[in-house]
Design a protein around this ligand. Sequence first.
Ligand code: FES
Length: 178
Amino acid sequence: MPDSDSKRTKRTKKIDKGRRDFLVWIPVGIFAGLAATVATAAFRFLRPAKMLQEAEWNNVAPLAELTGEKPIMRSIVAEHHAGWASTLEEHFVYVLPHKGNQVLSSMCPHEGCNVAWRAEESQFFCPCHDSYFASDGEVLSGPSRRGLDPLPTREKDGVLQVKYQSYLNNIKERIVRG
Ligand code: FES
């Protein structure tokens, strides 16, 4: 066999081997991706109870920032679980520094719109159906059948934390959504 033919044959074999190796790695890559996805979902689902309980607490603000007579609005990102799936959702809350840093959900108990603080009237107002709430969250007027919902809080390492939960709408009692 002439020298140039031999070189060409060797090169062709090398290319074929490269293609075969590549084809072998495709299913390996797909399998590794699937395994990582399942492992991540399993980790989230099977996290130790203590870790899960800790994950329910969301930082609101350093205590040093929470001063004054007016409600302070903050946003938190809470993790919600539904079976194997978990999603992150942003929620707004109001901290009441004049009430020992009580935290109120901004969700109107009537039908769930976000209320706004009106500094000039010192009241919370819901723009959807005109419910008004006092600065401590008590309902003043409008269709809402209860005041703004308080959320569980704690202080950790100089930071106010809140456990987000939502309640059933349009009833007088506070019943946490399952
Ligand atoms: S949703 Fe707030 S008054 Fe209806």
